[in-house]
Design a protein around this ligand. Structure first.
Ligand code: FES
Length: 323
């Protein structure tokens, strides 16, 4: 039986904003602690938390585990001028001393710390989970390369920490006189069939990676996206059976399993509702899901026998879920 590593999205932790510091142009670092200073749950590189904002938004942020302590988390937030409002609120309205609710850490982008070699690819604010992975692998003495594409040196988070480090290549798009940036294909050319590859960045970067993986084993390619790529939730109705309770529900065409459960008064973990956070990952006991999330590949889901119920549909008439 596949084991879900994600923490439960319904775990809630009250934290206080203890400090806001400059990270890079357009990016601030937020330090969070429990009001009583007691320890927070441990987290590994790639983990993220949900941050509940007082304006009713829930946003996911990677934990900067190299900057965390036993009692504090640090997240980086890039101000997205044309985003959906969460980052702007945090940049403009959040004040030290405010309290927030967060989820326990969840890790849908876990790092294999025992890989023979690792290639880390980051674009823009996608450096946050990648930086945590890099520091961890360096601490362990593993073979690791990091390539970070960014707009300019002033926009690069951790520029000082990364510059000149062995295995690190930094590329700044706007720098005059720079030769054209290496492509993802260039970056992949050095990867062996044993290299674990982690990529976090904008959609076009992830698409470029997926178009160039060639014969590299899919199981070694790990991607974290900023946005979901979910299409229509389900084309055609199907039935969901909940194995633990025996309840059967009909999911209507264009509806999600998650919303169908909520409408029936059934509790299920969720957060982003757009297939990027992994909170709603559910074990599939029978049936053939139509995977539409951006957290895992269909092959990975098949290995884990899971699906994301916030956005994925069904290829079979019935799905039996471990709920
Ligand atoms: S709720 Fe985030 S992936 Fe489903």
């Amino acid at each position: 039986m596949a084991r879900i590593e994600a923490g439960r999205a319904d775990e809630r932790i009250l934290v206080r904003l203890m400090g806001v510091t400059y990270g890079a142009a357009d990016a601030l670092l937020f330090e969070l602690e429990r009001p009583d200073g007691s320890p927070l749950p441990g987290a590994k590189p790639g983990a993220h938390i949900d941050l509940h904002l007082p304006i009713g938004l829930i946003r996911q942020y990677s934990l900067l585990t190299p900057l965390a302590t036993a009692t504090s988390y640090v997240i980086a937030v890039k101000r997205e001028a044309d985003g959906r409002g969460g980052s702007q609120w945090l940049h403009d309205q959040a004040r030290v001393g405010m309290t927030f609710t967060i989820s326990a850490p969840r890790n849908a982008f876990p790092l294999n710390e025992r890989a023979a070699a690792t290639l880390l690819l980051a674009g823009g604010i996608g450096i946050t989970p990648i930086y945590a992975m890099f520091e961890r692998l360096c601490d362990l003495g593993r073979e690791v390369r990091l390539i970070y594409w960014c707009r300019s040196e002033s926009h690069a988070l951790f520029h000082k920490q990364l510059s000149g480090r062995p295995g690190v290549t930094l590329h700044y798009r706007d720098e005059p006189g720079r030769k054209s940036r290496p492509s993802i294909a260039d970056a992949l050319s050095s990867a062996s069939l044993e290299t674990e590859i982690y990529c976090c960045g904008p959609d076009r970067m992830v698409a470029e990676l997926e178009a160039n993986v060639g014969s590299l084993p899919p199981a070694l390619i790990h991607v974290e996206r900023f946005k979901g790529n979910a299409g229509e939730p389900s084309a055609g109705a199907f039935t969901v059976k909940l194995a633990r309770s025996g309840i059967e529900l009909s999911v209507q065409s264009g509806e999600t399993i998650l919303n169908t459960l909520i409408a029936a008064g059934i509790d299920a973990p969720y957060s982003c509702e757009q297939g990027i956070c992994g909170a709603c990952e559910t074990i599939v006991k029978a049936g053939r899901p139509l995977h539409q999330d951006a957290v895992r590949s269909p092959e990975e889901h098949d290995r884990r026998q899971t699906m994301m119920i916030c956005c994925s549909g069904s290829r079979s008439e019935t799905l039996v879920l471990d709920l």
